[in-house]
Design a protein around this ligand. Structure first.
Ligand SMILES: Nc1ncnc2c1ncn2[C@@H]1O[C@H](COP(=O)(O)OP(=O)(O)OP(=O)(O)O)[C@@H](O)[C@H]1O
Ligand SMILES: [Mg+2]
Length: 265
């Protein structure tokens, strides 16, 4: 996936100011950065869900050249927030993705996708009666059923995930991050917006750090998740260490001095 000079203007506000980035199949690319820095807007541009100026290529082909059903066959999208207006069951939600994908002929996939996200036994539950984390995993199962994790295809499949673990407990965060790793090991590409910098350091092959609608840094976790870059991007003191044996950065927020927090006067 190649994106060149992506610009997004909504109303009179320039949201993205010319983003260039790339993501490779077989890798997890994480997009990180503070609230409002443009991560979701970038993901929406990369998935052609909003109007933008610039070029995006997926598997060497311009996004604008794809027909909607061709795009649905090669990439699944998990949005940051989803409203489900009707009383769908969990299985019906997952079938929405399954029906749009390459593996629609295999009737077992919705249940297998639910099992992958640890939702065995949930298929007949109403979506709106689930907890926030269960709903998030249902939506992930929908996307997985669309771009099936074990499908054999000539061209790579892609997952675009906006904060896929934001509502999940630590155990299910690992379940989901391990699924993304399995997907990349099977040749797929994952582009995920992340807020947890330590999970990012553990799982991401490539990191794009955004600030105010621009790319502040891009590279490996060690190159991008540095004390200087993170303190600047997030506007708070952080300390980055690289403890053995993992050898990946570990980010620890630092408490501000109490004197800086005291109310004025
Ligand atoms: N539809 C819209 N209309 C007006 N402004 C918008 C719209 N969508 C996004 N923005 C603005 O664009 C900026 C980037 O928003 P975006 O949702 O991409 O941020 P983000 O990096 O995903 O943040 P978060 O971490 O909070 O999800 C924000 O300042 C936001 O207010
Ligand atoms: Mg967002």
């Amino acid at each position: 996936m190649q994106a060149h000079d992506i610009r997004v203007t909504i109303g009179r506000r320039d949201i993205l100011h010319g983003i260039c980035m790339q993501a490779r199949a077989g890798e997890l690319t994480a997009i990180v950065g503070p609230n409002g820095s443009g991560k979701s807007t970038l993901l929406k541009a990369l998935t052609a869900e909003i109007d933008f100026v610039g070029q995006v290529e997926l598997n060497g082909r311009a996004l604008t050249d794809y027909r909607p059903w061709d795009l649905a066959a090669c990439r699944g999208v998990l949005q940051q927030s989803l409203n489900v207006a009707f009383p769908f069951t969990v299985r019906e939600i997952v079938q929405l993705g399954h029906g749009a994908g390459l593996s629609a002929a295999d009737p077992d996939i919705p249940d297998r996708a639910l099992s992958l996200v640890d939702l065995d036994g949930f298929a007949n539950r109403f979506y709106h009666e689930l907890s926030g984390g269960e709903q998030q995993r249902t939506q992930l199962a929908r996307v997985l059923a669309q771009v099936w994790i074990e499908a054999r295809t000539d061209t790579p499949r892609w997952l675009f995930l906006d904060e896929p673990v934001s509502s999940l407990d630590i155990g299910h965060q690992y379940v989901v991050m391990d699924l993304t790793r399995r997907f990349t090991q099977n040749g797929g590409g994952v582009i995920a917006v992340m807020h947890d910098l330590n999970l990012t350091a553990m799982y991401a092959d490539h990191v794009v750090l955004m600030e105010a609608g621009e790319v502040l840094a891009a590279g490996t976790a060690s190159e991008t998740l540095t004390t200087d870059l993170l303190s600047r991007a997030y506007g708070c003191p952080v300390s980055v260490n690289t403890p053995a044996p993992a050898g990946v950065p570990f980010v620890l927020p630092q408490a501000r001095a109490r004197s800086n927090l005291a109310p004025a006067g």
